[in-house]
Design a protein around this ligand. Sequence first.
Ligand code: SAM
Length: 292
Amino acid sequence: MAVSNPGPGVLHVVATPIGNLGDLSPRALAVLRAVAAICAEDTRHTRQLLAHFGVERPLLALHQHNEDAAAAPLVARLLAGEDLALVSDAGTPLVSDPGFRLVRAARAAGVKVSPVPGACAFVAALSVAGLPSDRFVFEGFLPAKSAARRERLAALAGEARTLAFYESSHRILGTLEDMRDVFGAERPAVLARELTKLFETVLDGDLATLCARVAADADQRRGEFVVLVQGVGEDADARVAEGRRIYAALSVHLPPSTAARVAAELSGAPRKALYGSGAGDAGERAGDAGEA
Ligand code: SAM
């Protein structure tokens, strides 16, 4: 029987749960069942996940220590027509996890790389934090030692966008204290712990309050954490956004200078940030407010 040339295979980048196994999507499961092999950060960990869902596929180790060497043979298998999946221990591969080198090598070889999106801890945290979320910066893990961490935080102290960090249980208090000292005690922040798990907790407040809560309660230092810190000057951005919304509505009925004066008075934003910002597309402009 003639066998048609299958062409290159596909590298599927598959997100897995960050806690609650119900978050593995039906499509992720179907892809994991269908591929020739699954590249996993920790094969023992992934074997447990697959066993839970009754998936039996070969596992190949792909972690930060072997990724450079492992990428070429994996790309060769893809070019030979095999479909592969890439997973990490939790959440979305490549987000503070291995995979970047394999994906880059596959793309350079002309192999299709296709996402199966799903859980990602910092996106989950952002979605429930109530901090400005139209623009944000993902910083991942800070340096482990306090001096280097403070240096990195100092470089971020003037950032206007919401900042997202990952942190582990044994460093969470030290990191929050460094943030309080470098960003200021009153900077609003959110601590998202054990998302989608039994002890899920989302604490908000200023950095001084969060430090005190975490210092006083050992339970608040257990598990996995996302720390979100509001950017500097986001309140000013919000005033301009609000002012532009008011200006857009008023400028339909009033001369621009009057509309800008009234909108500035009502919102507290500077008049010159509003004048001429126009009607009809207030939502779009409001989102751009911080870049003005
Ligand atoms: N690739 C993952 C993702 O998409 O979020 C992140 C992997 S990174 C090695 C692991 C870190 O993510 C943890 O140390 C913690 O900071 C954060 N994290 C993972 N699961 C979490 C959860 N359920 N709740 C809060 N943070 C979590």
